[in-house]
Design a protein around this ligand. Structure first.
Ligand code: ADP
Ligand code: MG
Length: 700
């Protein structure tokens, strides 16, 4: 006997999850092409949505066609000519009706065309061009078969390119899928939400998106037809529902309830007074840590706002409670920096801190051993921390710096080295609200929005390559005042070698230009000892100019360095530049950041860099960055788990996102188990093996 749920599962999945090959006209070749695009089932196929639409509702009289416009025409073939163009066959047809004659040409004409002959009637859809002395011309117009209801007299979908399958073919397959599977398709979205949000039924929406009958063309083009809105809503809703469920689940799991203690002592030890923002964030964090559930919190704050100190306080409390702390950073230098500053902060405290990176073979065994025995309190390191050989005696808190630079799996592995430890992740890339909601919907967020006192704003100025001389003048002035300078070659990882060469050459050139200054070079290929030596000299002031690759992006804090020149600024993301320049502006002296760029070929580079000139607001910058580069690039390749939306666009569809989020969280709040029968389908989707939802919730 089938249980109730099995029956429901049947109704939802029957058909729509059949393999694409069950559709008419989908043979081996097409199946293979579709699979290459990740399409296995009919359901996947239906989510390949049109990238645009063609207006084929009416035939356009030839004399009314404007140059550059697309039109549907019908006429008689007056003449067929076979020509050649660069050794390729060209077929030209002159097609006419009572409104005039046009010329249609196909280069590299296929066999298919040769079945037409003079006198045949033909229907064409194409983009036309008019030349003053010639007739209207169209290249490669689509020939539309007669009597084809979904090709003519309607708004017709244009699909993304799929392995050379013709548009006509895709349309036919889609139509078949819709006709066969949509009528019995049950909508998983509860009617209540549909009503509240004025949403079409899912089946209707899918059909309408592929073969619009009621939608306005203008709406379709801007992805705002009711059908599109429904699909966008769905995508956000499902993600938000997954996040809400995950959050409600973790918040019911048993975690460590740390006892709040030692805070006063810590305040006494800290070498500075916390900013108001730091203090309130610490309050949030330790309160969260004291709850008997696992903490899952993201700490956001601009470069230099003092996140490390906050993280350190959380670590301190965990240690006081008898637990160990793992602190993972994405780069060796950053890990080293955290290690050094933790040593400094803990100088007078009784804390056992160790560093573990892959570059330190000598001590690694000993460190691992002590971590396992529990005689290390705080272990700071890189990816080396997630190696299997690293075992903790009693891991209670995981801190991950620059969390977006780690993959989902890496973060999970570290977490699993303890028993539901608290997790504090940090990022200096301020995440625009919209992205935060989609990515971190199941996280609690703390924000530090204040810099430690006494920092002067950084004056940023953009210079074109040809004004390099001016940049050098400003540099000289600043150094003659007794300040120090960074010159940065931002490093693109794949081309690391070339950047290194650039930086090395530049150091040489600068020595000629500024023979009276001390110039040093630092880069990631140097050993830790070498780098420390160089940094030490820079810190004590015996080096005037430090030429570097982006190794200084992280962790370096030298108050007397008040000017930074960024070379090839056009090659980098705004947020990255913003982070870089955070290395100056750390003192009472006013600081400068000079961007050198060549933007001859790109007006947008100039515009983009203009933003960084005007604002120092990290959030504003990240919004712009996101808008310009899109979420994938913005977050970097490493955000491997980042959920790719099929229809939705987090920049364009913010409002729909917040509605979907509201509904999803409300639903889970009322019914965390989705137990009510109106949620049957949703429940299956989120518990069934087909859901794929684990993939997108694991992002955060
Ligand atoms: P972030 O990690 O957020 O970029 P850091 O924690 O590295 O920032 O802090 C940057 C610098 O500011 C460090 O040198 C740190 O010692 C210092 N700092 C942090 N908090 C304060 C504060 N409240 N007052 C003064 N200096 C601070
Ligand atoms: Mg930091």
């Amino acid at each position: 006997m089938c249980s109730d749920t099995d029956l429901d599962k049947e109704s939802l999945y029957k058909g729509i999850l059949s393999p694409v090959s069950s559709l008419k006209g989908v043979g081996k070749v097409i199946t293979r092409e579709l699979q290459k695009r990740g399409v296995q089932t009919v359901y996947d196929l239906l989510y390949i949505l049109p990238r645009s639409y063609q207006d084929r509702r009416e035939f356009i009289p030839i004399h009314k066609i404007k140059s550059g416009e697309a039109a549907l025409i019908r006429g008689t073939i007056m003449e067929i000519k076979r020509l050649r163009f660069r050794y390729r066959p060209v077929l030209e047809m002159l097609v006419g009706n009572e409104h005039g004659i046009i010329s249609a040409k196909w280069i590299g004409a296929t066999q298919y065309l040769y079945r037409f002959k003079k006198g045949d009637n033909i229907t064409l859809y194409g983009r036309f061009r008019a030349f003053p002395t010639k007739m209207l011309e169209t290249y490669h117009p689509e020939i539309i078969d007669d009597g084809n209801e979904y090709e003519i007299g309607r708004v017709s979908p244009v699909y993304p390119e799929i392995g050379g399958i013709s548009q006509r073919r895709i349309r036919r397959i889609m139509m078949d899928a819709i006709n066969r599977f949509i009528p019995n398709f049950e909508d998983p979205l509860p009617a209540m939400i549909r009503k509240a949000q004025w949403l079409l039924e899912l089946g209707v929406a899918i059909k309408e998106v592929h073969f619009p009958s009621k939608s306005r063309l203008e709406d379709l083009h801007i992805r705002r037809s009711p059908a599109q809105r429904r699909l966008i809503f769905d995508e956000f809703f499902m993600l938000q529902l997954a996040l809400a469920l995950k959050r409600s689940k973790t918040s019911r799991q048993r975690g460590i309830a740390f006892e709040i203690q030692g805070i006063q002592a810590l305040y006494d030890f800290l070498p500075f007074k916390l900013t108001g923002s730091q203090a309130s964030v610490i309050y949030e964090i330790i309160t969260d840590m004291s709850r008997p559930f696992p903490m899952n919190r993201l700490l956001q704050g601009d470069v230099g706002c003092g996140k490390t100190a906050v993280a350190f306080m959380a670590a301190w409390m965990a240690v006081r409670n008898g637990y160990q702390v793992a602190f993972m950073a994405p780069t060796q230098l950053l890990a080293e920096q955290h290690y050094l500053s933790t040593l400094e902060l803990t100088r007078n405290m009784n804390l056992r801190v160790a560093l573990l990176t892959s570059g330190m073979n000598n001590f690694a065994d000993e460190v691992r051993d002590r971590v396992k025995k529990g005689t290390i309190d705080i272990l700071i390191g890189t990816h080396a921390l997630i190696q299997e050989s690293v075992k903790f005696g009693r891991l209670g808190l995981v801190i991950i710096d620059e969390q977006h630079r780690f993959g989902v799996a890496q973060r999970a592995i570290l977490k699993q080295k303890g028993t539901r430890p608290d997790v504090l992740t940090m990022t200096a890339t301020p995440i625009p609200r919209t992205l935060g909601l989609t990515l971190y919907g199941d996280l609690d967020i703390s924000v530090i929005d204040e810099l430690p006192p006494g920092r002067k704003p950084i004056q940023t100025k953009l210079f074109h390559e040809r004004d390099r001389g001016k940049v050098y003048e400003i540099l000289r002035e600043e150094i003659e005042k007794g300040r120090q300078a960074y010159i940065v070659y931002p490093l693109i990882e794949e081309s690391g070698k070339m950047d290194l060469k650039d930086a090395t050459n530049m150091a040489g050139k600068l020595r000629d230009i500024f023979p009276d200054f001390h110039i040093a070079l630092i880069h990631g290929k140097m050993s830790l000892d070498q780098r420390e030596g160089i940094m030490e000299k820079f810190k004590e002031g015996s080096t005037d100019i430090l030429v570097s690759t982006t190794v200084i992006e992280v962790g370096i804090n030298i108050i007397n360095a008040t000017i930074m020149v960024i070379e090839n600024a056009e090659r980098f993301g705004l947020s990255q530049i913003h982070q870089l320049r955070g290395r100056v502006g750390r003192s009472v002296y006013p600081s400068k950041c000079l961007l050198l760029a060549s933007y001859r070929n790109s007006a947008s580079a100039k515009k983009r860099l203009g933003i960084i000139e005007k604002t120092t607001d990290g959030f504003r910058i990240s919004e712009e960055d996101l808008a310009i580069r899109g979420p994938g690039e913005f977050l970097g390749e490493r955000q491997s788990g980042f959920y790719q939306f099929r229809v939705a666009n987090i920049m364009r569809d913010v409002e729909i996102l917040s509605e979907a989020r509201k509904e999803a969280f409300r639903l889970v709040e009322h019914d965390p188990g989705l137990a009510h029968r109106t949620y049957n389908l949703l429940r299956q989707m989120f518990t069934g093996s087909h859901s794929g939802i684990d993939e997108f919730v694991s992002v955060a």
